[in-house]
Design a protein around this ligand. Structure first.
Ligand SMILES: [Zn+2]
Length: 460
C-alpha cells in the first residue's frame, strides 16, 4: 500500500500547495474578544495566497461552534447562532443556511484534518474579523447586540435551553426569569412542569428533535418508574413551555431552584417520603462532570475509527458512579447519553448550579506518534485543580506526561468555578487509543479523577 500512500500524499500536497509551495505556515495568533485563543502546538495557521486558513478544530474547540463531517460527500458543516455553513473540500462555493456563498479559497484536507478559511467561517457566524498582517494575528470580535431570534422581536420571554433527565433528576437549563409550576396527575401517572412566559431557545430547537408544532421527547432508559419526558409549547398567550415526566407509578417530587428566580432548575423525584436535598446542599460539594462532544458531534476519530464521544461518555459515567458513592460530594452530568449539547449550555449548567468544580473529559488528536496526557486550565483559579487532577491521571493512565497547560477552551473559560479540561490520551495514537477504551484503564482513570477531586475539594 506504499504506492497508494505516496499518491495520496502527492494529491494532498498538490491540493494544499497549488502552483508550488507558496503557502506559508506559521504560529499566527487568534484573539477572540481580546483574549488569545490557545492553539495546541500542532495547530498551524496558514496563509495561502492571502487567505488565512485554520484547522476545523479551532472552529469547534476554540470558538465553540458545532462541527460535523460527512466523509461520503467530503462536507464539513459548522453550526451556531442559528446559522449553518456547509463547505465541501476543494469547492469554493459554500452554502450558508442553504444559500450559495463564495469563499476566497476552498477548504482543504490535510493529514485527516480539514482546513478552512477562518474569515469566511467567522463572518458567517456573526463575528467581526480583522487580520493584522504585521503581527500575524486574527482578531475576532462578537457583536455587542445579538438578537437571537431575528424577526421575532423582543418578546421578553425567558428561554429553555436544555432539558435532561439523569438518575432521579430532571434538569432544565433556562435563561431569564423562570417560575416553574408543577402538578401531579394520575391515570396515567405523570408530573407536569409548566414554565409560563418562556419559549425554547434557538439552540434548543436546533439540537433537539422538535416537530413542526414544537413537540419533542427524551427517551429515558434504565429508570424503574420513568417512561419518558415530553416537552412542548403548551400554550401561546402567554407562551408556556410544558415538560411532562411520564411515570409508571405515582411519585412525589421536590423542586430545586431557580436561584433568585432566574436560570436553571431541577425537579427531583423522591425515592422516599423525605424531600431530596438540592444538589450540593447540606455542606456537600457539587461537581459537574462534562463528557465532551456527543450526538451529531463525534469529537475526534481515533486510529481505529473509534469516536471520542464514546470514550468521554464511558469514562464520565464511571466517574459519576463513583462520585455517587461519596457522601460528601454530589454530581451532576452535562450529558448521560449520546446527545448533542452546546458548549455554552454545559458551562451555563455548572454556573447556574454554582458547582464547586467542573471537569470536562476529552481525548486528543495529533500525528500518530503523539502520545500522552495533558490537563488544561483557563482561569488562574482553576490551575490548582488542574495540577491535582493531572497528577492522579498521569499515574492512572501511565503514558507520557505532557503537563498542565493554559488552554482557552470555551467550557473552562465560561464557567465560573475551578474548571479543567482533560485530554486523557491521544485517539490518533493506536496504543493510547486502546488504553482509552480499555474498561480496566477507564476504571483506574475514574478512580484517579475522584481521588483528585476529593484531594482538591478537601473532602473525606
Ligand atoms: Zn474533544
Amino acid at each position: 500500500m506504499k504506492k497508494f500512500g505516496f499518491l495520496l500524499f502527492l494529491f494532498v500536497f498538490m491540493v494544499a500547495f497549488p502552483k508550488g509551495a507558496d503557502a506559508s505556515s506559521y504560529s499566527a495568533k487568534i484573539y477572540l474578544d481580546g483574549t488569545e485563543l490557545n492553539l495546541s502546538s500542532k495547530v498551524k495557521v496558514e496563509n495561502i495566497k492571502g487567505t488565512v486558513m485554520v484547522p476545523i478544530r479551532v472552529i469547534s474547540e476554540n470558538l465553540g461552534y458545532s462541527v460535523g463531517w460527512k466523509k461520503s460527500t467530503q462536507t464539513v458543516t459548522v453550526k451556531g447562532n442559528g446559522t449553518t455553513v456547509e463547505m465541501v473540500i476543494g469547492d469554493k462555493t459554500a452554502k450558508v443556511n442553504g444559500q450559495r456563498a463564495e469563499m476566497t479559497r476552498a477548504p482543504i484536507l490535510r493529514g485527516g484534518t480539514t482546513i478552512v478559511p477562518i474569515r469566511f467561517v467567522s463572518e458567517q457566524m456573526g463575528l467581526n474579523v480583522k487580520w493584522d498582517n504585521q503581527k500575524k494575528a486574527v482578531y475576532l470580535t462578537t457583536p455587542t447586540t445579538v438578537n437571537p431570534n431575528p424577526g421575532e422581536g423582543n418578546d421578553n420571554l425567558s428561554t429553555v435551553d436544555g432539558i435532561s433527565f439523569s438518575e432521579n433528576r430532571l434538569t432544565v437549563a433556562a435563561t431569564g426569569t423562570v417560575k416553574p409550576e408543577l402538578m401531579k396527575l394520575s391515570s396515567p401517572h405523570r408530573i407536569v412542569v409548566d414554565i409560563p412566559n418562556a419559549k425554547f431557545s434557538e439552540s434548543f430547537r436546533k439540537n433537539n428533535d422538535l416537530n413542526a408544532s414544537l413537540n419533542g421527547e427524551l427517551s429515558v432508559t434504565g429508570h424503574p418508574d420513568v417512561k419518558k419526558v415530553r416537552y412542548s409549547i403548551f400554550k401561546n398567550n402567554p407562551s408556556t413551555v410544558r415538560i411532562v415526566i411520564d411515570l409508571s407509578k405515582a411519585k412525589n417530587y421536590t423542586l430545586h431552584g431557580p436561584k433568585n428566580g432566574t436560570g436553571s432548575f431541577s425537579v427531583e423525584l423522591n425515592t422516599s417520603t423525605e424531600p431530596a436535598p438540592a444538589p450540593g446542599a447540606g455542606g456537600k460539594k457539587l461537581v459537574v462532570i462534562d463528557a465532551g462532544h456527543g450526538g451529531r458531534d463525534p469529537g475526534t476519530i481515533g486510529a481505529t475509527k473509534k469516536k471520542e464521544k464514546d470514550f468521554t461518555l464511558a469514562l464520565a459515567l464511571k466517574v459519576e458512579k463513583l462520585l455517587k458513592k461519596e457522601k460528601n460530594i454530589d454530581v451532576v452530568m452535562t450529558r448521560s447519553d449520546d446527545t448533542f449539547i452546546e458548549l455554552k449550555d454545559r458551562a451555563k449548567l455548572a454556573n447556574d448550579l454554582k458547582a464547586d468544580a467542573f471537569v470536562s473529559i476529552h481525548a486528543n488528536s495529533g500525528p500518530s506518534s503523539a502520545s500522552g496526557t495533558e490537563t488544561y486550565w483557563q482561569r488562574e483559579s482553576s490551575e490548582e485543580l488542574a495540577k491535582v487532577l493531572h497528577k492522579h491521571m498521569v499515574e492512572a493512565m501511565g503514558i507520557r506526561d505532557r503537563g498542565v497547560k493554559y488552554g482557552n477552551f470555551h467550557v473552562i473559560r465560561e464557567t465560573k468555578m475551578p474548571a479543567v479540561l482533560l485530554e486523557v490520551g491521544f485517539m490518533s495514537n493506536k496504543s493510547d487509543e486502546s488504553k482509552l477504551f480499555n474498561p480496566t484503564v477507564q476504571n483506574k482513570l475514574a478512580e484517579a479523577i475522584v481521588d483528585g477531586l476529593k484531594e482538591y475539594l478537601k473532602v473525606k
